[in-house]
Design a protein around this ligand. Structure first.
Ligand SMILES: [Fe+2]
Length: 169
């Protein structure tokens, strides 16, 4: 399953924020900036959702500014579909290998650092390939069904979300 990890906040005031965000097992870092309500990966030409899936990488995602909403699908989980809010400096979202994932930034964009864990077989070109839900029957079926995803970390009021999500925990 995915996890929402806490991290140590030495100081958390409006003017100074000082955190230990170490993910001890991480051996790679990437940084992704969205200006405005961008989507990663982008939709295909028909508007269908596309996803990333890493075979050999665990993601550990922290929003440094702004906020994002992640859609996670993993057919090995009891509930295969989860929607997770990532508010700035709140949690680290750990996504295990083999999980389809996509994210949508809030209207004002977001800056996210990933303290990834890559195994020996990881190759950047393969880890960042895009999976088109239109071409993957199981994924297409799930997204076109009326299955309700499980929502997580939506308990903070947001004023600039690009979509309205329920305020469920
Ligand atoms: Fe990822």
């Amino acid at each position: 399953m995915f996890q929402l990890l806490d991290f140590r906040k030495f100081r958390d005031t409006p003017s100074v924020q000082f955190f230990d965000i170490t993910v001890a097992t991480s051996n790679a870092r990437d940084l992704v900036y969205h200006e405005g309500p961008a989507i990663s990966p982008n939709n295909n030409d028909y508007g269908d959702w596309q996803f990333y899936l890493h075979a050999h990488q665990e993601d550990n995602l922290l929003a440094l500014s702004g906020g994002r909403t992640f859609h996670l699908v993993n057919f090995e989980w009891e509930d295969p579909y989860h929607v997770v809010r990532l508010d700035a400096n709140r949690h680290i979202l750990r996504i295990p290998p083999g999980t389809f994932h996509r994210s949508e930034s809030d209207l004002n964009g977001s800056l996210v650092i990933n303290q990834a864990v890559r195994d020996e077989a990881a190759e950047v070109e393969h880890e960042f390939r895009v999976y088109d839900s239109r071409e993957i029957p199981k994924l297409r079926q799930l997204l076109s069904s009326d299955i309700q995803p499980c929502y997580h970390a939506f308990d903070r009021p947001q004023t600039d979300r690009s979509e309205d999500y329920p305020q469920a925990a």
